[in-house]
Design a protein around this ligand. Sequence first.
Ligand code: SAM
Length: 285
Amino acid sequence: MLSYRHGFHAGNSADVLKHWVIERVLSYLTQKDKPCFYGDTHAGAGMYFLNSDIANKTAEYQRGVKKLFGGAAAPLPFSRYLSLLSQCEAEVGADAYPGSPWWAAKILRASDRLNFCELHPQDYPKLEQLFKRDKRVKVFNEDGFIKSVALMPPPEKRGLVVIDPSYEIKSDYEKVVQHIVALHKRFATGTYALWYPVVDAARAAKLEHRFIQAGLKNTQLYELQTELPENGGMYASGMIVVNAPWTLTQDAQKVLPWLSLCLSSSAVKAQGKDAGFRIKTLCDE
Ligand code: SAM
């Protein structure tokens, strides 16, 4: 039985980076008229409340989404993230922070389809309830690593699959690469976005190396460091995107320095102006 609950971490710096990348990829895909598919292998509850006991146990959102305001103005490629966040607050409540399924559902159109997988006995019913009236959405109480492969290729032939495990099982660091290779075999033109935490530098470097070895064309890495490793725990997190839209790295070059300015600790910033983020091509076009 897995114990991870995303409610403890909702709205933290990792969520901000992850949800911004999802927003950018889906905004790009929906520029064309043709329908597209969105898959979320580890979807969570879909909506979180930052005034809840669970969110305030560690109050990670205070070092995440709450630090985006009051400093330097956000760069243009971050503006849709902010306007969707305001929309969520207006529709759901001032203390609401949305999960990945909500961001995708807001950006996608009537002609698009969304499939979510979630295993947790408390979070799955919340997710199902949140989307029960949305005809575009199917919610599966099934293992996302298995179900997502069975769903490939989607008939739309265009789309994004987000892989966002909790890494409670250490073998997940290896499994995620094999999983994306398996998805890519069935749906080579799809975009895949993997979230990963950096708790142990060697483990994260191994993950990066496995992607380089897998050699999937156009694999890009976007990483944000908010703390120093010696403080312990997760000190950075990133997104690895396969078949990234050509605009994503350009946008990240504007947004990641600003996100780092907002979210990185002063100790990280003291290491130099580029210390808080990394943008890297793991495999070329
Ligand atoms: N993607 C969500 C978001 O950004 O809002 C957060 C997801 S959270 C990091 C990971 C979720 O995966 C947890 O809710 C956990 O219950 C669920 N989970 C763990 N193993 C799973 C599996 N094999 N298949 C589907 N869901 C799983």
